[in-house]
Design a protein around this ligand. Structure first.
Ligand code: GAR
Length: 198
């Protein structure tokens, strides 16, 4: 059996990336082919290298907001890795429609909210401030619009009285680490039925 090739894009610690890489063993239909970061100092790069996954970094800062030029550089290692699926996992750069369209139908993202609620940043604080009873995370197919696109899975977590955004973020992250591997496994086998947890 030939495995689907999965490239994972990160910006930071890469805990979701680790959960994806560690899930791709045995009869899993996919394997990681590249971990790519916009930050050469991202902690996740070392974790990927320790797991024997090829890594690359393209620092976005010298491009000073020229997204097209940054993405042209990002595409080089990404295309060279010949991914079948691209997973954004804590990748904190907004991608242009041009970039996204190259990977249409094969790029996934994890976002820390129950989409369509709370696109963008500071999702945990916004859910608490709104008085929501529950929060969670979503995996969706990436389209040109930010944090949009068909939902492939969601996991829910209750918001407790007195919750801080940090405590809530930590609880949601535990669910992220369960949800993303479950969605990727299903997606890589050609099944787009949403995964709903718990
Ligand atoms: C995760 O909570 C992920 O959902 C979030 O960043 C964190 C990355 O953590 N992503 C976004 O906010 C995307 N807009 P990690 O590097 O440990 O996986």
């Amino acid at each position: 059996m030939s495995h689907k090739r999965v490239a994972i894009l990160i910006s930071g610690g890469g805990s979701n990336m680790v959960s994806l890489v560690d899930s791709m063993t045995g009869d899993h239909p996919a394997r990681a082919c590249l971990v790519l970061s916009n930050d050469p100092n991202a902690g996740g790069l070392k974790k990927a290298a320790e797991r024997g996954i090829p890594t690359a970094a393209v620092d976005h800062r010298p491009f000073k907001g020229d997204r097209a030029a940054f993405e042209a550089e990002l595409l080089k290692p990404l295309e060279a890795a010949q991914p079948d699926i691209v997973c954004l996992a804590g990748f904190m750069r907004v991608l242009t429609g041009d970039f996204v369209s190259r990977f249409q139908g094969r790029m996934l993202n994890i976002h820390p909210s129950l989409l369509p609620k709370y696109r963008g940043l500071n999702t945990h604080a916004r859910a608490i401030d709104a008085g929501d009873a529950e929060h969670g995370c979503s995996v969706h197919e990436v389209t040109a619009a930010l944090d949009d696109g068909p939902i492939l899975g969601q996991a829910r977590a209750n918001i407790e009285p007195g919750d801080t955004s940090e405590a809530l973020a930590a609880r949601v992250l535990v669910w992220e680490h369960r949800l993303y591997p479950a969605v990727l496994r299903r997606y890589a086998s050609g099944d787009r039925t949403p995964v709903l947890l718990p």
